[in-house]
Write a protein that binds this ligand. Structure first.
Ligand code: C5P
Length: 402
């Protein structure tokens, strides 16, 4: 499941050099879970092959009214009913003119005329064509017909002339599509690393030192970040949870040292890191290769040594612009301890929850948090479902992004 899963999108491609960028747009849409039907004008096929687009979308490209070999009729009416959104990128001056004037001489314009859904177009053409009164008139007509125009940018064009006419970048068009479907898109292009769950520190092949963390809070944050468009790496200890959003890459780690190794590899280029895992502070000094037997042993002493601090290690090597968020689960002197963590681990904020609050402990579906910021500000929230708590945490993170 991705941010666009279940959404049906018709992607119209016309004959412009910018058609090569439509491949990236298609990949972004498919990766986000959308079902995409590509419809091309005959000229579009001169710029990019239907084979590439069919392979990426998983559907044969529609371009003609009939399949030449089978005589099968491609129903533009059915496509219009199937789609939740139609996006034409690139849209040439010719297609814009045909759309504005109802000249339905190809499958793409015919599909447009049958479209019941919202339509977006991303014009792409040379600057003189873009500035021509006819194009300006046609675009105005389309706008008054309810078509959303994704403004072209100024820059170097295929003709090497410089001016307005470059198709908007596929990532930006993707953002518009995502926000059309009502999702926040404020983490598109950001990499977020999240630790979640407990760690198990082995004593012998059948026993470990662990804790009650279930990973629910970290998983909820991962889903929220992925839903807002982030690339998410979720580094989790032994948990019994599944991810939903396909934008989440999950990496499992059993103990603190394994978790640190993954985080060090992933966090150096991340924009945001959230340390919600309940990492064991200590581990047995050594792990027995075989099961420890009780026979002949009245008492057992386990010597424990310090585990690495994952948050503090990332904090020590923090890059400029990175946002690091820690968690503090405390029983006493909550605020003081949380503020100490911000300082000692070089964090930007700490999410504090107290074991004294009912409904805010391990394994519950709810949490009650206070967010303490390195700038001294503080916001307290009501007891909420962990998915809603994740929204509050991610909103606080986004407000700190430059
Ligand atoms: O120091 P303390 O364990 O109270 O700090 C909690 C915060 O530090 C949490 O964000 C937790 O995920 C992180 N932490 C860590 N590695 C450890 C211990 C804690 O990343 N070994």
């Amino acid at each position: 499941m991705g941010i666009l899963s279940g959404k049906h999108i018709v992607l119209g491609i016309t004959g412009g050099i910018a058609a090569y960028k439509s491949v990236t747009l298609l990949r972004l849409l498919v990766k986000a879970g959308a079902e995409v039907q590509v419809v091309m004008t005959p000229a579009g096929k001169e710029f990019i092959t239907p084979v590439t687009l069919a392979a990426l979308s998983g559907k044969p490209v529609v371009s003609e009214f009939f399949s030449a070999n089978t005589g099968e009729w491609h129903s533009h009416v059915d496509l219009g009913l199937w789609a939740d959104l139609m996006v034409i990128a690139p849209a040439t001056a010719s297609t814009i003119g045909k759309m504005a004037n109802g000249i339905a001489d190809n499958m793409l314009v015919t599909t447009y005329l049958s479209a019941k859904e919202h339509v977006m177009i991303a014009p792409a053409m040379d600057l003189d064509m873009m500035a021509h009164p006819s194009t300006i008139r046609n675009l105005k007509m389309l706008q008054s017909d309810g078509v959303e125009i994704i403004e072209p940018a100024a820059g170097e064009l295929a003709s090497h002339l410089v001016g307005k006419g470059r198709m908007e970048e596929p990532e930006k068009i993707f953002e518009k599509i995502v926000s059309f479907f009502g999702h926040k898109t404020d983490l598109i292009g950001k990499k977020v690393v999240i630790t979640a769950g407990p760690t198990y520190e082995r004593i012998d092949p059948v026993r470990f030192v662990g804790n009650y963390s279930t990973g629910k809070m970290g998983f909820a944050i991962a889903e929220e970040c992925a839903d807002r468009g982030a690339e998410v790496v979720l580094v989790c200890g032994p948990v019994n949870l599944q991810t939903v959003n396909s934008g989440i890459r999950r990496v499992d780690a059993e103990n603190a040292r394994e978790m640190l190794a993954v985080v060090e590899k992933e966090a150096y280029d991340c924009d945001i890191a959230v340390f919600s895992a309940a990492v064991a502070d200590y581990r047995p000094e050594s792990c027995c290769d075989s099961k420890i037997k009780r026979e002949g042993m009245e008492n057992m002493t386990l010597k424990m040594v310090r585990n690495p601090d994952i948050a503090a290690t990332v904090g020590e090597n923090k890059k400029s612009g990175q946002i690091l968020v820690g968690f503090a689960l405390e029983t006493d002197h909550e605020r003081e301890n949380a503020l100490l963590k911000i300082r000692n681990k070089n964090l930007d904020m700490v999410v504090l929850n107290s074991l004294r609050d009912k409904g805010a402990c391990f394994g519950t579906d709810t949490n009650k948090i206070t967010i303490l910021d390195a700038d001294g500000s503080e916001s307290a929230f009501e007891l909420k479902d962990k998915r809603m708590v994740a929204k509050d945490i991610v909103d606080a993170i986004v407000s700190k992004l430059c």
